[in-house]
Design a protein. Structure first.
Lengths: 235, 255
């Protein structure tokens, strides 16, 4: 357990030593702020529902940028050999790296908590819906990051890692649009696959076991596949 | 201490190692020699459990390295051919991270860190970013991470490659100091180094061990592939022996 912590700490420190992390952080928060004020001004209601949708859309683009280096950089520079010959299990390596990325992402999300303070000051927002919305976008972001980490474990090229992540994440995010071309079980399959459908309930303040299971099982599958990938040296 | 039994390693249809067997006793200093692509790095990676063998068995202190991988990795310090360094870290931060993941107890971490920094003469650069270090210092940092957890076995893959003569000498002195305390396996292309450091030599060609001899026996018996006759005692350097062995494809029975 302590080795997971050490790897996560190293991973987090690596983000803050890189200008990319600051650029992503500043860019993401600037975009969130911009849309927060636009949405509040337009809707004139004390709710973060539409802000969550914007955040979800931004994560589609930012998650691969955050995760593309996680394993591919280690492979390229040879430090993967250092990690994998140290007395650390492959599971600890994967969980440590994932935890590091998640903490960075959580910091990014937590910087938007101030929005609730603002709407609380001026209106009467639904706290439950806000909390469940945050749970939803955090889970969705965590799922996207797990996909990005998995793709990063397949290659030593960061660009290839990012492109592969985009392919998976776009497929999940936009799969709801395919439902109009199909009927019956195929349409239901695409509907179930879609991340936006699962987030919809959560931003509306409805927490269902099905939605939570969708995200957690997606994360679990990606983490397991990442572990298998590094174990089988798929590079 | 280290026993390998009939190790083979295939990468697709390419056989990198074929039926490699040897024993290395505690405290021995063994040089792995071979041309580029002979299989030295693959063999070292199998010994460190970075790569699994396609077939065969590796035992360290009687334990199978596949079944007891984590416990055995604790006993091994490994410097790959390219030092595995995080260029965005300082030397001290990197070694601290190495100490953490190699399971050094928190109350011993600082003293162990200071000890290897002193041992590897990294004091002047310990707060510098690894990205700014010279190749010699990077190599020393790589060695420092390999010995920080006081492993019983040290595996060094071409530790002196690309260094200038002074850095080379400094690094060789460092390795000479380390060898008193542990089993060392070292691969290099600089044969004079092996003559100065190693007690025993394994020459690998095309994935097979063609020579497994003590350095003294090898140099004294000599072999001339051109004449096929033994040279006079002590007349050949290791370099001449190595070249002769690679000139002659029929020397598999040497020794």
């Amino acid at each position: 357990m302590d080795k997971i912590f050490f790897i996560a700490k190293k991973e987090l420190a690596a983000y803050f030593k890189s200008p990319v992390a600051y650029i992503i952080l500043v860019l993401a928060i600037s975009i969130f702020n911009f849309f927060f004020f636009i949405i509040i001004d337009h809707n004139r209601e004390a709710s973060l529902r539409d802000v969550f949708r914007v955040m979800e859309f931004i994560f589609v683009f930012f998650a691969p940028l955050l995760t593309m280096r996680v394993f591919s950089e280690e492979k390229l520079t040879g430090t993967m050999e250092f990690l994998m010959t140290a007395p650390v299990s492959n599971t600890a390596i994967v969980l440590g790296k994932y935890a590091g990325v998640l903490v960075f992402f959580t910091i990014m999300v937590s910087l938007t908590f101030v929005y609730y303070g603002i709407i609380e000051y001026f209106g009467n927002p639904d706290l439950i819906a806000t909390v469940s919305g945050y749970v939803g976008i955090w889970l969705e972001g965590a799922f996207f990051l797990a996909i990005g980490m998995m793709a990063s474990s397949w290659t030593r090229n960061q660009i290839v890692a990012a492109m592969t992540s985009y392919m998976f994440i776009f497929s999940l995010y936009f799969s709801t649009n395919l439902t109009r071309y199909f009927e019956g079980s195929v349409a239901r399959f695409f509907q179930h696959l879609s991340t936006t459908n699962h987030l919809e309930n959560l931003v509306a303040g409805i927490i269902t076991i099905g939605d939570i299971t969708y995200y957690l099982s997606g994360i679990f599958v990606c983490v397991v596949l990442t572990r298998l990938s590094i174990e089988n040296r798929l590079y | 201490m280290i026993t390998t039994k009939n190790i083979s390693k295939n990468f697709g249809s390419f056989q990198a190692l074929h039926d490699v067997s040897f024993k290395i006793n505690p405290g021995e200093i063994v040089g792995f020699l071979g041309l580029n692509g002979a299989g030295k790095t693959t063999l070292m990676r199998i010994l460190t459990s970075y790569l699994p063998a396609s077939s065969g068995l590796v035992l360290i202190d009687g334990e199978d390295i596949v079944e007891n991988s984590l416990a055995i990795r604790q006993k091994i310090g490994y410097l790959p051919e390219t030092p595995p360094l995080y260029s965005n870290m300082s030397v001290r931060d990197y070694l601290k991270f190495a100490a953490e993941i190699k399971g050094i107890p928190a109350n011993q971490r600082k003293s162990q860190l200071n000890k290897v920094i002193e041992e590897c003469q990294l004091g002047d650069v310990s707060h510098k970013s690894i990205a700014t270090l010279s190749k010699g210092y990077k190599q020393r940092t790589g060695i420092a991470q390999a010995i920080i957890h006081q492993p019983k076995i040290l595996i060094l893959d071409e530790p002196t490659s690309g260094l200038d003569p002074i850095q080379n000498l400094q690094l060789r002195n460092l390795i000479t100091n380390l060898k008193d305390q542990r089993t060392v396996i070292i691969s290099t292309h600089i044969l004079s180094e092996i003559e100065q450091i190693a007690q025993r030599v394994l020459i690998i060609r095309a994935g097979q061990i063609i020579v497994d001899e003590s350095l003294e026996t090898l140099l004294n018996s000599g072999v001339s592939a051109k004449s096929g006759a033994p040279e006079q005692s002590g007349t050949l350097s290791l370099e001449e022996v190595f070249i002769n062995l690679h000139d002659d494809l029929s020397v598999k029975q040497f020794g």
